[in-house]
Design a protein around this ligand. Structure first.
Ligand SMILES: Cc1ncc(COP(=O)(O)O)c(C=O)c1O
Length: 391
């Protein structure tokens, strides 16, 4: 199919929720994508932080091919060596002692919130309220959207699922004022990603941990976007020195194949019992085989160090431009936002035309999140395009 045919069929047959950019990709390699006409694009977006190891990664392709030749799917009625191996690797590198696999970030958050409510029922006189934070994003399913404290996402959702209380990010006093005896959990992104790349103030997440400990509340970190190397740490919680009770992972964990995980602290591993939750596809062997490659690569100290270096380098370079259109540079590791006053969408379109894929998030925030293994020379190429477009 040529690009024109794909666009026509998309318009005719695909549900109406996506606004596509005017490009039809044909293939990818490393940090580059190529469109149907052979034009080359540098990828500073990674499919929304999914392609941590770039496109067409040899080790991922080999691992999923090897697994697919054995079996692609069995269901969770049967053991899976890829699944147990991946769960062990996550546990070995994190605070967790057990892992529950599902398919998407939204679903992982649903599982964590369901578990928190069961914990509240068993341990805290039926406490079921969950505190979440303004400007957050936790996914598109009913409860995940209800947890997402952004009014624009609630427009057609009513009635929003009950039991969610919204507090201000970076405001411990406000959080404390929202706690009562029915508070079971807090759910927070260590770095608010979709909301516009907002990092926590020093001490904020530690303060939340203290409030949770004092009031017997579970602390859940949504690390769907900020986990697994994106911040230059194994997991986002390490960047801030705060251990959650549960953590959700998705996006990059399956190497581009749908996979997500809920990581549980020891004290929660007995909360779910037989039949409390289930999934047909979650922890699919092919996805877990890819996940093993991702984790084996990303969790290496040298790799993580390089992610931090590359992130610092991007921020330092952008600062040097002294471009008055950039009001603020936010982020850490390779999760970076450039706050513009206006015109972010036009910048993204112009960059695409010039061969660079970036994205807008929050309000007029240019989001930069390239593959974690991007080469320094490619960072320079992308920044040169962005500098020109912003000028
Ligand atoms: C922090 C966070 N949580 C949850 C989600 C939802 O993930 P998914 O789209 O895989 O359901 C996202 C997606 O962008 C996210 O950034």
């Amino acid at each position: 199919m040529d690009a024109k045919q794909v666009k026509e069929l998309d318009k005719e047959y695909i549900g109406n929720t996506y606004k596509r950019y005017d490009v039809v990709f044909d293939r990818g390699m490393g940090s580059y994508l190529y469109d149907k006409d052979g034009k080359k694009y540098l990828d500073f977006f990674s499919g929304i932080a999914v392609n941590a190891l770039g496109h067409n990664n040899k080790a991922i392709v080999e691992a999923i091919t090897k697994q697919a030749k054995k079996f692609i799917h069995l269901s969770n009625h049967f053991y899976s060596d890829a699944q147990v191996e991946l769960a062990k690797m996550i546990v070995d590198h994190s605070f967790g002692t057990k892992v529950f696999f599902v398919n998407t970030g939204s679903e992982a958050n649903e599982v964590a919130m369901k578990l928190a409510r069961k914990w509240g029922l068993l341990n805290k006189n039926g406490a079921n309220k969950i505190i979440t934070f303004y400007n957050s994003f936790h996914g598109r399913t009913l409860a995940a959207l209800s947890a997402t404290a952004q009014v624009k996402f609630h427009k057609y959702l009513n009635p929003v699922s009950p039991g969610f209380i919204y507090a201000k990010f970076n405001d411990l006093k406000d959080v404390e004022s929202k706690i009562d005896k029915n508070t079971a959990a807090m759910l927070i992104e260590p770095v608010q990603a979709e909301g516009g790349i907002f990092t926590p103030n020093p001490g904020f997440l530690k303060g939340l941990r203290e409030l949770c400990d004092k009031n017997r509340i579970l602390l859940i970190f949504d690390e769907v976007q900020s986990g697994l190397g994106r911040l230059g740490r194994k997991f986002g919680y390490e960047e801030y020195g705060v251990k959650p009770d549960m953590m959700t992972l998705a996006k990059s964990i399956g190497g581009g194949i749908p996979l997500s995980a809920v990581v549980l602290d020891k004290k929660l591993e007995e909360v779910y019992t037989y039949g409390d939750h289930g999934t047909t596809m979650g922890g699919n062997p092919v996805a877990c085989a890819a996940g093993l490659v991702v984790l084996k690569t990303v969790l290496k100290p040298k790799f993580l160090h390089e992610v931090r270096e590359k992130g610092d380098y991007i921020i330092a370079q952008v600062k040097k431009w002294k471009n008055p259109r950039i009001l603020e540079i936010r982020g850490t590791g390779l999760l970076i936002g450039l706050q513009l006053e206006k015109g972010a969408a036009e910048v993204v379109t112009a960059a695409l035309k010039a061969g660079l894929i970036i994205n807008v998030t929050g309000t007029e925030t240019i989001r930069i999140e390239p593959p974690l293994n991007i080469k320094k020379a490619d960072i320079d190429k992308g920044l040169a395009i962005l500098k020109k477009v912003l000028a």
